[in-house]
Design a protein around this ligand. Sequence first.
Ligand SMILES: *[C@@H]1O[C@H](CO)[C@@H](O)[C@H](O)[C@H]1NC(C)=O
Ligand SMILES: *[C@@H]1O[C@H](CO)[C@@H](O)[C@H](O)[C@H]1NC(C)=O
Ligand SMILES: *[C@@H]1O[C@H](CO)[C@@H](O)[C@H](O)[C@H]1NC(C)=O
Ligand SMILES: *[C@@H]1O[C@H](CO)[C@@H](O)[C@H](O)[C@H]1NC(C)=O
Ligand SMILES: *[C@@H]1O[C@H](CO)[C@@H](O)[C@H](O)[C@H]1NC(C)=O
Ligand SMILES: *[C@@H]1O[C@H](CO)[C@@H](O)[C@H](O)[C@H]1NC(C)=O
Ligand SMILES: *[C@@H]1O[C@H](CO)[C@@H](O)[C@H](O)[C@H]1NC(C)=O
Ligand SMILES: *[C@@H]1O[C@H](CO)[C@@H](O)[C@H](O)[C@H]1NC(C)=O
Ligand SMILES: *[C@@H]1O[C@H](CO)[C@@H](O)[C@H](O)[C@H]1NC(C)=O
Ligand SMILES: *[C@@H]1O[C@H](CO)[C@@H](O)[C@H](O)[C@H]1NC(C)=O
Ligand SMILES: *[C@@H]1O[C@H](CO)[C@@H](O)[C@H](O)[C@H]1NC(C)=O
Length: 414
Amino acid sequence: MKSGFTIALALVAGVANAASSASCSFSSTTITASASLSQVASCATISGSVEISGDEISSLDLSSVQEIAGTLNIFNSSSITAVNLPGLESITGTLSLDALTQLFSVDFTKLTEVNELTLISLPSLSTLNLNAGIDNATSIELSDTALSTLDGFVSSLSTIGTLNVNNNKNITTIELTNLETVTTGLILSFNSDNCSIDLSQLQWASNLTIQDVGSLTVTNLTAVNGTFNVAYNSFDSVEFGALEEVGGDLQFFANDDVTEIDFPVLATIGGELLYFNNTNLENITDSFHDLEKIKGAVNIAGGFGNFTLPALEEVNGDFNVSSTNDDFSCDEFDKLHKDGKIEGHNYECSSPSSSTSASSSGTSKATGTSGSSSSGSSSTGSSSSTKSSQAGGLMASHYLSFAALFGAMSAFLL
Ligand SMILES: *[C@@H]1O[C@H](CO)[C@@H](O)[C@H](O)[C@H]1NC(C)=O
Ligand SMILES: *[C@@H]1O[C@H](CO)[C@@H](O)[C@H](O)[C@H]1NC(C)=O
Ligand SMILES: *[C@@H]1O[C@H](CO)[C@@H](O)[C@H](O)[C@H]1NC(C)=O
Ligand SMILES: *[C@@H]1O[C@H](CO)[C@@H](O)[C@H](O)[C@H]1NC(C)=O
Ligand SMILES: *[C@@H]1O[C@H](CO)[C@@H](O)[C@H](O)[C@H]1NC(C)=O
Ligand SMILES: *[C@@H]1O[C@H](CO)[C@@H](O)[C@H](O)[C@H]1NC(C)=O
Ligand SMILES: *[C@@H]1O[C@H](CO)[C@@H](O)[C@H](O)[C@H]1NC(C)=O
Ligand SMILES: *[C@@H]1O[C@H](CO)[C@@H](O)[C@H](O)[C@H]1NC(C)=O
Ligand SMILES: *[C@@H]1O[C@H](CO)[C@@H](O)[C@H](O)[C@H]1NC(C)=O
Ligand SMILES: *[C@@H]1O[C@H](CO)[C@@H](O)[C@H](O)[C@H]1NC(C)=O
Ligand SMILES: *[C@@H]1O[C@H](CO)[C@@H](O)[C@H](O)[C@H]1NC(C)=O
């Protein structure tokens, strides 16, 4: 703290460049009054941990700051209207702006490199001043802001660790047309209804969540290594023309308007195949044409007729296919089960005309829900304010494996 104060005096004395080399290290400092801001305002590098909070500060002008190497957490204020970081080039630690109800503008003119940045519960934030745009990022979350575009912010990234953009109701298009790989997870969820998304260069993503979207372009996507969740969308058709493999669960549900889906070259699902509540989708006859192997369970329910999985060789988990359509017949699946290709403990196939169920004892290798390699795991820890609360709420009560899904999402939301 002392060093910051010293530098401030130097600045007043006109030694303008002194600031550029000043590194301030804070040990858990909390600032709640404008007068104390000078501790931070003159630092070129912030390390350690600083919290700024409360209703006594209006504008935060931190124009000397070039690097945040530690943690800067600005939160819970209904008086802060602007956060100005015009000199900030890199966040090698963490910058978090959370629960600032009146914040309408953030100045990131020089920011290019981000380790971790979270902008959460900023319902008035409509202006991000950018010049360069970010070209290197480990984790970015943007949740519940009034931003209307991501243009110039993350649109030049070709790879990212985690990008979570949720509940920004004014964002109507998301064009990440340079993005090729996502090494931890991409969540685009509950932004403007009918949001249009272009991920045309994306080749693989470790986890991918697409929710409440009006159109989706993912022509180059060949693999989702972990969980692939596609839910609550309003598009009426979608094609995953290059997708060969989902390493974890494939979850496709509550896409109410969809009448056509195509996974023409999808061969392997490493976790569970979950399909339900796609209320207008009656024809999935040819949708999973090449699907050979499912390591987890299969849970498919809907109003589809004539559904088969013509390439299916192996299902390791439980199996439940249920249709309300008179055209649907279980014959093909019963045969696969009889031939031992569907291996799980429990087998059930039902249609209005027939129904078969079987439960084998003891010897079977695979059990219930999701596959061994799937992603969700145990991390339900995070608890910061908004998240994709809507998504979570809608899902909470529903299906077997939502705990896993929600776990995965919460982990991203950290
Ligand atoms: C947020 O600030 C208000 C008023 O300044 C205070 O009453 C409240 O306890 C704070 N909430 C949190 C979560 O810090
Ligand atoms: C966000 O959208 C609402 C309507 O949904 C509109 O009233 C508001 O002006 C928009 N805000 C911005 C910053 O565009
Ligand atoms: C991204 O940042 C890391 C350090 O955080 C650095 O090592 C790396 O070279 C940067 N990559 C690019 C493409 O700028
Ligand atoms: C959704 O957006 C598409 C264009 O992307 C448009 O054709 C369609 O009418 C929109 N639907 C609604 C319900 O707004
Ligand atoms: C991505 O798709 C474009 C056409 O949309 C194609 O020309 C290009 O070869 C694809 N790239 C990869 C890596 O598949
Ligand atoms: C994801 O899968 C693709 C295609 O198989 C592979 O190239 C990539 O290395 C995988 N990524 C991770 C993080 O495993
Ligand atoms: C998917 O996300 C979860 C939770 O963040 C993470 O543990 C897992 O490693 C990710 N999957 C892959 C393949 O990276
Ligand atoms: C699926 O549909 C049922 C019946 O309409 C509904 O109760 C349930 O909430 C839906 N689940 C999801 C996840 O949309
Ligand atoms: C179902 O979709 C397939 C293409 O996936 C198409 O060839 C077929 O004609 C459709 N059937 C009906 C009844 O629409
Ligand atoms: C199922 O096949 C029958 C005849 O093969 C056809 O009349 C019917 O339209 C098909 N239903 C669907 C939903 O594709
Ligand atoms: C199979 O799925 C149907 C429809 O979702 C459901 O009613 C039934 O209880 C399921 N059976 C088992 C054994 O889980």
